[in-house]
Every structure is written in C-alpha cells, then in structure tokens.
Design a protein around this ligand. Sequence first.
Ligand SMILES: CCc1nc(N)nc(N)c1OCCCOc1ncccc1N1CCC(C(F)(F)F)CC1
Length: 181
Amino acid sequence: SGTHAGRKEPVLGLIWAQSSNGVIGKDGDLPWHLPEDLAHFKRTTKGHPVIMGRRTWDSFPARFRPLPGRTNIVISGSPERREELAASGAVAVGSLEDALAEAASSPGSEEVWIIGGGEIFRNATALANTAVVTVIDLETDGDTFAPKLGPGWTFDATEPAEGWLTSSNGTRYRIALWTQQ
Ligand SMILES: CCc1nc(N)nc(N)c1OCCCOc1ncccc1N1CCC(C(F)(F)F)CC1
C-alpha cells in the first residue's frame, strides 16, 4: 500500500476496525456501516496477500469473495471446507503458520495483511510487526473483540493526530498505527 513501503523488513500487518469499546463483529457481520473504512481497507490491502479465518471469509457478502487483486488465504481446520474454499477462489490452509508460508510466496508479499477475525488476530499479535486500527467513535455490543496488543507494541500515531474524522454518515472515526519490533 505504500504507507508502509518505507519499512526495511517485510510488513506483517494486522488490520481491523473496532468500536470504542473494542467490538469488531456481531453475528458474523460488522455492526456499523463506514464507507471510508471500506475504502481504507481496500486501499491498504490491495496488491498484497490477505490472511483470514474461515468465519471472516463467510462473513463477506459473496460478491466480495475473493477480494480482487490479492491472494485470499483462508485458514480452516476442516479438509472438506478447505476443498470448498479452494473451489471459490481462496487459497485454503490448515494453520496460521501455513498461511504465512503461503503469503510469503504470493505476489506483493513485502506486505502481508491479516484481516480477521478475533481468533486469528489473537494468535498473530506475537508475530506481527504492524497494526492499523480504525477506531470508531461508537459504543456497541458484539460477540467478537479486538485483540490486546502486548507489551512489545508501541503506539505510533493516529490519523488525524488530534480528534476524529467524520464519515459521510456522521460516524466519527480515526486510524491508529501501532508497531512491534
Ligand atoms: C471492511 C471491514 C474491515 N475494515 C478494516 N479496517 N479492517 C478489516 N480487517 C476489515 O474487515 C475485513 C474482513 C471482514 O469484512 C467484512 N465483514 C463483514 C461484512 C462485510 C465485510 N467486508 C465488506 C467490504 C469488503 C471490501 F472489499 F469492500 F472491503 C470486504 C468485506
């Protein structure tokens, strides 16, 4: 995406959108509508491999699957599901380790983006070196939550530095960048 191209080592990034109380999902969907975040998500991940869990793949409206212009790597423990996923345009693997190996040999692998969901994020926070978090100024309930970034993570910046951006639909949000050496 260029945002991180200045980095030396390859970017292994986590990208998610969350409410102010840490919700990232509810009943397999996003509990908000934020077009500017969709644009940010597409712009950041375009041209790079994306890694996701099977539930996140299932949460996409079918018209978005597979995300165009990037290798869609989906983690599923079920061999049957892996066959179905491969038939629908994903690269299906059985573990995060296999997903990272697949991503490393995919186009645009100087940046690899882990895009969800909660379980995958939790397993990846120890391995990733970048987190790009859309924080939405909204308290909402949900069933899936953002991971805690451990002590190795440093808060770098938000865009905008102060305050919030306001979406076309009035929702306020900002984008926070964290890194881990
Ligand atoms: C965008 C939501 C989003 N934001 C940031 N910043 N980081 C993410 N990791 C992320 O979650 C992507 C996977 C989950 O995504 C969806 N989950 C439920 C319903 C719809 C979706 N979307 C709709 C838009 C579509 C498009 F390709 F247009 F972006 C992708 C799938």
